[in-house]
Design a protein around this ligand. Structure first.
Ligand code: CO
Ligand code: CO
Length: 320
């Protein structure tokens, strides 16, 4: 459907829809471009405060993934105002406001709709220097791929819906989903990386595929080195997988080459749709230690080399 708008061109449009990047980027001055994005979703956890905090962290993430700094946001709220307690909405908004404060983002206002199914998120505006935009299209053969949050939030929140998730595992997933990608963005700006994107609904493999396609490269993924949330493989094998995960498998399709030793549980995790996931950063091999060290300084939930960029058919991913 979006193809009909693909030829929208403007001299100041720096990043539009054609590379499926995380956010749009529009130059307003020689030394400043706007980074704009919007995201909202239905409750991912029962606790309204943490739902609000996670939705806000997720909304800012697409600005961070472009190397930008989020400045302002507008709340987007759908809520059954007659049938659900108003305190619940107050808690959702409080979670969003606290996260905005942590990020240094000012909430300017918003819009609400009476809706039987609650939804919450934000439209976010940030800034970036036009020469410092980090897109998903800049990965180069020889680059290493670094991941900044462990995987498995889709499987864990699904298990929690069926009361199959240990409370401490859910707490850890909530902590990771609610953490900002702010530190990861700062680290990658300081080190001057080649490309980045955040891991959300398409899962690690879906977002790697988009990055590889946009960058016209292939990727080798070292599955044993991918950091996972606790007990994720066990919960996946108990059946806590999602329709999104199987759609992601179809989406990447024949571009995906599984090594013989990749367990079904690991396949589910690598395709698991993430909420407010970390950044995948492509960085020159001789700068990777510097990047890992900065990520540690900024205390990102993890900092791990998970793969390598290669020459090859654009979008191909070999999972080892
Ligand atoms: Co994104
Ligand atoms: Co998004």
């Amino acid at each position: 459907m979006l193809r009909q708008f693909a030829d929208v061109a403007h001299p100041d449009l720096l990043v539009g829809i054609e590379t499926r990047d995380d956010a749009g980027v529009f130059r307003v001055r020689e030394d400043m471009a706007l980074v704009q994005t919007v995201d909202f979703f239905t409750p991912i956890v029962d606790d309204p405060y943490w739902y609000g905090a996670i939705a806000a962290a997720n909304s800012f993430s697409d600005v961070y993934a472009m190397g930008g700094t989020p400045l302002t946001a507008l709340n987007l709220v759908c809520f059954p105002i007659d049938s659900a307690p108003a305190e619940m909405l107050a808690e959702i908004l409080r979670g969003g406001y606290d996260k905005a404060q942590e990020a240094g983002v000012v909430i300017l206002g918003g819009h609400s709709v009476d809706d039987p199914e609650p939804k919450y998120g934000m439209a976010v505006t940030g800034v970036v220097h036009p020469d410092k935009v980090v897109t998903n299209a800049g990965a180069k053969p020889g680059d290493l791929l670094v991941l900044t949050k462990p995987l498995g939030s889709g499987i864990i929140t699904t298990a929690a819906k069926f009361d199959e998730c240990p409370p401490d595992v859910l707490d850890e997933a909530i902590r990771v989903m609610a953490s900002l990608n702010h530190g990861a963005a700062k680290a990658m700006q300081e080190v001057e990386v080649h490309a980045a994107t955040d891991v959300t609904g398409f899962g690690l493999l879906g977002h790697l595929y988009q990055m590889a396609l946009a960058s016209r490269v292939a990727v080798r993924l070292f599955s044993q080195r991918v950091p996972l949330l606790p007990e994720v493989e066990r919960l996946a094998m108990q059946g806590n997988t999602t329709r999104g995960g199987s759609l992601n498998r179809e989406y990447v399709g024949e571009h995906l080459q599984w090594g013989a030793a990749i367990s079904l549980a690991m396949q589910h995790v690598l395709l698991d749709p993430q909420t407010s996931g970390g950044l995948i950063i492509a960085v020159a091999a001789d700068r990777v230690d510097e990047l890992l060290q900065r990520l540690q300084v900024y205390q990102t939930p993890c900092a791990a080399v998970i793969g390598e960029v290669q020459e090859g058919q654009a979008g191909t991913i070999g999972v080892e």
